[in-house]
Design a protein around this ligand. Structure first.
Ligand SMILES: Cc1cc2nc3c(=O)[nH]c(=O)nc-3n(C[C@H](O)[C@H](O)[C@H](O)COP(=O)(O)OP(=O)(O)OC[C@H]3O[C@@H](n4cnc5c(N)ncnc54)[C@H](O)[C@@H]3O)c2cc1C
Length: 276
């Protein structure tokens, strides 16, 4: 299907993009286009105008600022995979990127686009929760930083307002932490039917779950039951009934009960691989 007609503007800066957003009611930002364009073709989205932010240098780059890693919202999955800084300080992020879609999706899709879109089956939300990341949101009236835990609010729903642009992803450095992502992927799209991101630190575990429910969540009960004993025996005990199927989504690919079972299995695998 073809999208409904729309205007197209290429923003010259973040400030210009924000002005264009305000000036054109019903407009949408376009980054990698790998979620928005399919939605437009299916007529699930019919923006009056697209404001292209894909060429903005302000949204590029991966750098370290003291004890924080800062990733531009326009950084692609492929750039994350190639980043030596991330390989050294936060290997979970390249690992997750390698699981996303296919080479074309990884070359075009952006971290900021994925987080702003908040697809319940997207991979990155689980690791953002486990890493306790935060997101910088900018509008013409100012800027604010929102913790990942407060950002994902529901099915395709985030704390980002329509007049805001996500510019940066902030990841606190975790010295000595061990990390892993395990995913049961949809065989065609490669989206997560269930994905579990695990970060193990000396003071405790952080476990993020995606794909299973309407939004990514932390498995707080499992984290508490696990404590700092990451042995196989303790992980088996702590992950039993990791999630209540009543809180999960069921569809023609997997029932809620099957997703609950997968959450237990994939949490165990991720804990085992991270701690190994
Ligand atoms: C075949 C296929 C397979 C895929 N497989 C996977 C997979 O396995 N795992 C996975 O996680 N994802 C998968 N995806 C989705 C892919 O990762 C998308 O690229 C990503 O979800 C959106 O990023 P984007 O840069 O393409 O955003 P776009 O499609 O450009 O935008 C998506 C939404 O976010 C908004 N937006 C974009 N950037 C910003 C910003 N900086 N600030 C505010 N709002 C913004 C847009 O307005 C739009 O509403 C797949 C997609 C396809 C087509």
């Amino acid at each position: 299907m073809y999208p409904t007609p729309f205007d197209y503007y290429r923003a010259s800066s973040v400030h210009n993009a924000l002005e264009l957003l305000l000036a054109h009611e019903g407009s949408k930002l376009l980054s990698g286009g790998h979620s928005l364009v399919p939605a437009m073709k299916l007529r699930l989205a019919s923006p009056s105008a697209l404001i292209d932010i894909s060429q903005l240098p302000e949204l590029q780059g991966i750098r370290q600022d003291g004890e924080t890693l800062i990733i531009g919202a326009g950084v692609t999955y492929a750039q994350i995979i190639q980043s030596e800084l991330l390989a050294q300080h936060c290997p979970l992020l390249p690992e997750v990127a390698a699981w996303v879609g296919d080479p074309m999706v990884r070359n075009c899709g952006t971290l900021g686009g994925s987080l702003a879109h908040a697809d319940p089956s997207a991979d990155y939300p689980a690791s953002m929760l486990a890493l306790e990341a935060s997101f910088k949101l900018v509008s013409t009236s100012g800027e604010r930083v929102v913790a990942a835990a407060d950002f994902f609010q529901g099915l395709f729903e985030t704390a980002k307002r329509d007049d805001e642009l996500l510019t940066e992803i902030h990841i606190p450095l975790l010295h000595g932490a061990k990390m892993a992502y395990e995913k049961f992927k949809h065989p065609a799209s490669h989206y997560a039917i269930v994905g579990v991101a695990v970060v193990l630190t000396e003071s405790g575990a952080r476990i993020g779950l995606t794909g299973a429910g309407p939004r990514a969540t932390r498995l707080s009960k499992v984290e508490a039951a696990l404590g700092t004993d990451y042995s196989e025996r303790n992980a088996e005990r702590a992950t039993e009934d990791a999630v209540d199927a009543g809180e999960l989504l069921g569809d023609r690919f997997a029932s809620a009960e099957y997703r609950a079972h997968l959450a237990t299995v994939y949490a165990r695998r991720a804990i085992a691989r991270a701690s190994a």
